[in-house]
Write a new protein. Structure first.
Length: 226
């Protein structure tokens, strides 16, 4: 499993449903955006939009005559870039990331036991032809992992590989709750304790003092009559 996120690319090698090896590569989709920003002299927002809308990982599949126009900022003239040049920028970074992924796979000692190949997911997996580039660099079979393979949902956003981690955590939570259902809490109605002088509060104390004072006054009056 290769999860190409924004800041990192995470690797997890599974065998017999057990994680055997993990690794984190400190490059991801944000690195590609930064390369486009620097290579095309764009602001980050435009570089990200360019990557998402026109980005592709295989330059040889891009047409030489396909021009992308980028609106100028604050009255500046619009910029133009060929889609092939954009693909070249993206390809250089993605090839570097995949090289490091493959190095981790070989170093783990599990390369020959990965029969089903690789599943690529995360936001970075949405680049066009990323699957073909991975297969070309590593020689392994690969596919894109979509979260809707395990859920029934009409929300288009949740079908994106960007939400694969979130959907996976929810599914794990549901499975854990089914295995370990919460225990029912039985509430026993215990008899309430009888109120005492201590718990009756200040008004009871005031009443007692007043009663004693009244008793003293009445006794004094009786003595005077005698």
């Amino acid at each position: 499993m290769i999860d190409i996120g924004g800041g990192t690319t995470d690797i997890a090698i599974f065998h017999d449903n057990i994680i055997r090896h993990t690794a984190v590569i400190p490059f991801g989709g944000n690195s590609v955006t930064d390369d486009i920003r620097q290579g095309c002299a764009l602001i980050r927002k435009d570089a990200e939009a360019l990557k998402v809308k026109f980005g592709m990982a295989m330059p040889n599949l891009a047409k030489d005559n396909e021009i992308i126009s980028i609106a100028g900022v604050k009255g500046r003239e619009p910029k133009e870039i060929t889609r092939k040049n954009l693909a070249n920028i993206i390809h250089a970074r993605m090839e570097e990331i995949i090289d490091q992924v493959y190095y981790e796979i070989k170093s783990s000692g599990w390369e020959q036991k990965i029969i089903l190949g690789a599943v690529i997911t995360g936001g970075g997996s949405q680049l066009q032809h990323i699957q073909q580039l991975f297969e070309y660099v590593t020689g392994m079979d690969a596919r894109i992992g979509y979260p809707y393979e395990h859920i029934v949902c009409d929300k288009a956003d949740l079908k994106s590989p960007s939400y694969a981690t979130g959907v996976g955590l929810v599914l794990m939570g549901i499975a854990d709750a089914e295995k370990n259902p919460p225990k029912e809490t039985v509430v026993v109605n215990e008899p309430k304790p009888e109120p005492t002088v201590k718990t009756r509060g200040k008004w009871f104390d005031i009443f007692e003092k007043g009663k004693e004072k009244l008793k003293t006054i009445l006794e004094d009056d009786e003595d005077k009559d005698l």
